[in-house]
Design a protein around this ligand. Structure first.
Ligand SMILES: Cc1ncc(COP(=O)(O)O)c(C=O)c1O
Length: 381
């Protein structure tokens, strides 16, 4: 199998990740933040250490500002539902995933309005267009760092600066960048940053986190046992307990810690360099196959590890099925849960075929994928 679907979830995971999950289940046991026996304490320590290594990765000053979630969707929902109140206005972009667009659409019924700033045909969004959308009741700007459809990088540094100048909250969706592009929440002036643990952070599914800016206290998505202040019937105020009710996904977080440790050891800059090389190889190869249309930023511009294309007028789902069944290539076709991004670049409603190389993708695999695309094009043309 040639796995080119790392934008959905990374595969394979480093062996240390699998080992850490098994070790937690086999050797440690215990429930974090609950029992004071050895397994419980070891689990609590492990969860704290996971917060610490994520903090190091994203330059977060205090590990207690990291709240664990099931995935990026839950992290985005926590920030969006946690901050917004009736009468508020939000600015976001047409390049967002449904995990931003659907909560915002749902909140319209509660009197929370939003403006969608449209990108150009390459998926690029201008920071000035965001600025022009600011209203007196604007509370928050939400933007993805890297589009999961085109790989386009949005100008989040400029947006963060502008958000601060206008006293607005800034939520970054780092689902396609955290772990493969160096990030600093301090440099970005982000109030919130949401990320999955199971994509470029190389952890198992069922992991994710929300970075919450210092002194920001938001509403909770759920309430319940936290193992702290159990005498109080109200949800504790203290973070991250406030946001993490119920038993944690401890073996998942053990795997996530091993994934992030792997990244810290390798260096995110090195991962970025490797993925960029594979992305460039892909774009160059695809651009010379007759009938292929590539989407996203032009070749020389920085982009994340996502390449979207269309095989002429052929059906992307059938093309994808053939790549998988005859050539063993795992890719993704369709709308990638980002319908407005496809409207932006003119590929709605059919969508695109998406190749997303990861830390493990080799040059030989990219060459094999290019040969396969070329053969399938000939087969159906
Ligand atoms: C840009 C973006 N945001 C959010 C998500 C949601 O991530 P998760 O599946 O971890 O909830 C994805 C997933 O593909 C994504 O690409």
């Amino acid at each position: 199998m040639i796995y080119l679907d790392n934008a959905a979830t990374s595969f394979p995971k480093p062996p240390e990740v699998i080992q850490a999950v098994v070790n937690q289940l086999e050797q440690i046991g215990g429930n974090a933040g609950r029992s004071a026996h050895q397994g419980g304490l070891a689990s609590s320590r492990l969860i704290y250490e996971t917060r610490c290594c994520i903090s190091e990765l994203i330059h977060c000053p205090d590990p207690l500002q990291i709240a664990f979630t099931l995935n990026a969707t839950e992290a985005l929902n926590l920030a969006i539902h946690g901050v917004l109140n009736p009468g508020d206005h939000v600015i976001t972009t047409s390049m967002e995933h449904n995990s931003v667009l659907r909560p915002l659409k749902t909140l319209e019924a509660s009197g929370i309005s939003h403006t969608i700033v449209w990108g150009d045909e390459t998926g690029d969004v201008k920071a000035d267009d965001i600025k022009n959308a600011i209203r007196p009741n604007t509370r928050m700007i939400i933007a993805t760092h890297c589009s999961n459809v085109t790989g386009t990088l949005l100008p989040i540094e400029e947006m963060g600066k502008m958000a601060k100048e206008h006293h607005l909250l800034f939520l970054v969706d780092a689902s396609q960048s955290c772990g493969s592009i160096p990030l600093s929440v301090e440099a970005l002036q982000a109030d919130f940053l949401a990320a999955p643990g199971h994509k470029a952070l190389l952890g198992p599914q069922g992991t994710g986190f929300l970075y919450i800016g210092k002194d920001l206290k938001i509403k909770t998505l759920k309430q319940g046992g936290t193992g702290s202040r159990s005498e109080d019937l109200l949800q504790p105020e203290v973070a991250p307990d406030r946001y993490e009710s119920g038993t944690q996904n401890i073996h998942g977080l053990a795997g996530l810690k091993a994934g992030v440790d792997h990244l810290l050891k390798t260096g995110v800059t090195e991962i970025q360099r490797h993925e960029k090389e594979q992305v460039n190889r892909l774009m160059e190869g695809l651009s010379v196959i007759k009938g292929i249309t590539l989407y996203g930023s032009p070749k020389k511009k920085e982009r994340g590890s996502v390449v979207s294309f269309r095989p002429g007028n052929l059906d992307v789902n059938q093309f994808n099925y053939t790549l998988d069944s005859l050539h063993g290539i795992s890719a993704r076709s369709g709308l990638h849960c980002a319908p407005l991004a496809h409207q932006t670049i003119g590929t709605f409603p059919e969508g695109t075929l998406r190749f997303s190389p990861g830390w493990h993708t080799t040059a030989d695999e990219i060459e094999a994928a290019l040969t396969a695309v070329s053969q399938v094009m000939k087969q159906f043309s």
